[in-house]
Design a protein around this ligand. Structure first.
Ligand code: FAD
Length: 393
């Protein structure tokens, strides 16, 4: 890593840790963190109560300028908070918050920053992300949702898919085609708006039977021209600002590190054939490998953030960082289930399920995370094109 934490940053880490340890004690029974907040009413109430406290402390937006409700710290402080919250499984940051904030901070007008950011800093907005469509995921520029000018508004029509947490959201950001005659990614515009008439969400039940995702049907949804972030037909760049930020997400590595510690504890306490699992050489070696991998993943996230503070284009590094942590979490979950045998496949609710069924849930979520926000293959493409300068196919 190319930097050291300052004494002030270390002090902040202690504050964050003390807060998160306390909040973790209030978690609903059987809480396993991750995506559980949107899944149940109880999880959602817990999430909202934590977020309101975090907002009151000014920790949702540590690096934002003070005039928009921020604290004027650096992005490293924000990363420390995200790391600590994820490690303690405290659902402290609203979904899509960082993605849309990055777009508004980089491309919003002064008026838009003053309108949207303070409300977000006070945790008054829950966002849904309306980007992917049934025929536009990896190839997002193929999207067909249209926005057509009508007086002071744009009227949006189309369909989005995999809209995470939308059934809990009150606002949505949408990427829509505003000029079909321009090259594909140049005719798109980024809209933000309160969810209202013309938007319908239908549950898209995930493979673990939970309701986290949705299909979104958009039928004559009116959005004021004032709610275009960035310029007309320049929405691709607003979206990419958020994507790069999201791809380097440290929460993945921090949450995984905590899960690894649970697995190590399980191996210390569980016997098989009269021998503790932690004594078996193969298991010990695999656990040791994971310890190294998670340390590397955490350092990598800080490295990407540090490069961002130096004004570097981090598209390739952010893609690599998210790819590494996502694949690592999937590998950890599957290894845990192998070690636990049939017990590892039990869902929470069974008295025999280790860690309330955490690892079988993680195995299903993690495979989704290797797709969300850019699949592993797409991230590798970004590394090849942007990082290594290899030709596009
Ligand atoms: C858990 C989850 C949450 C999500 N949340 C949201 C959300 O809140 N909002 C939202 O808008 N979207 C969301 N998404 C959608 C997500 O962004 C897309 O699923 C993702 O971009 C992949 O698109 P796709 O599903 O259409 O797959 P496709 O693009 O059809 O890809 C299918 C396969 O082909 C591979 N592939 C495609 N193109 C290439 C290429 N050029 N080179 C190499 N391989 C390629 C892919 O890697 C993949 O393996 C979510 C998805 C998941 C799984």
């Amino acid at each position: 890593m190319d930097f050291e934490f300052t004494p002030e940053q270390e002090e902040k880490r202690e504050d964050f840790t003390a807060f998160c340890k306390e909040e973790a004690k209030r978690a609903p029974e059987g809480w396993i963190g991750g995506m559980a907040a949107e899944e149940t009413d109880e999880g959602w109430a817990y999430h909202r109560s934590v977020v309101e406290k975090v907002a009151a402390k000014g920790w949702l937006c540590l690096p934002w300028p003070k005039e928009y409700g921020g604290q004027g710290h650096g992005p490293i402080e924000q990363l420390i908070f995200s790391e600590v919250a994820a490690y303690y499984r405290v659902p402290a940051i609203p979904m899509h918050f960082m993605t849309v904030a990055a777009g508004i901070l980089m491309y919003g007008s002064e008026e838009q920053k003053k309108e949207w950011l303070p409300k977000m800093a006070r945790a008054e907005i829950n966002w849904a992300e309306g980007l992917s469509e049934p025929n536009a995921g990896s190839d997002l520029a193929a999207l067909t949702t249209t926005a057509i000018a009508d007086g002071d508004d744009y009227v949006i029509n189309g369909q989005k898919v995999w809209t995470s947490g939308a059934h809990r959201a009150d606002h949505i950001f949408i990427l829509a085609r505003t000029d079909p005659n321009l090259p594909r990614h140049k005719g798109l515009t980024f809209f933000v708006n309160r969810i209202g008439p013309g938007i319908e969400f239908r549950p898209l039940i995930f493979m673990n039977r939970s309701h986290l995702y949705n299909e979104t049907f958009i039928d004559d949804f009116r959005v004021s021209k004032r709610n275009i972030i960035g310029k007309l037909n320049q929405g691709w760049y607003v979206m990419m600002a958020g994507r790069n930020f999201a791809r380097a997400n440290i929460s993945l590595a921090a949450a995984g590190k905590r899960d690894l510690e649970d697995l190590i504890e399980y191996c210390k306490q569980t016997q098989e054939g009269g021998e503790f699992l932690a004594k078996k050489p193969l298991i010990r070696q695999r656990l040791a490998d994971f310890v190294i991998d998670y340390e590397a993943a955490l350092k990598f996230a800080y490295h990407v953030c540090w490069l961002q503070t130096k004004g570097k284009d981090v598209a390739a590094e952010a893609a690599a960082c998210g790819y590494y942590a996502n694949e690592l979490n999937l590998r950890l979950a599957n290894t845990a289930m192998e070690i636990m045998g049939l017990y590892g496949t039990l869902k929470g609710g069974s008295k025999w399920a280790p860690f309330c069924g955490k690892f079988q849930e993680l195995s299903q979520w993690s495979s989704g995370f290797t797709i969300a926000g850019g699949t592993t293959e797409i991230r590798k493409n970004v590394i090849a094109w942007t990082g290594l300068g290899l030709p596009r196919d």
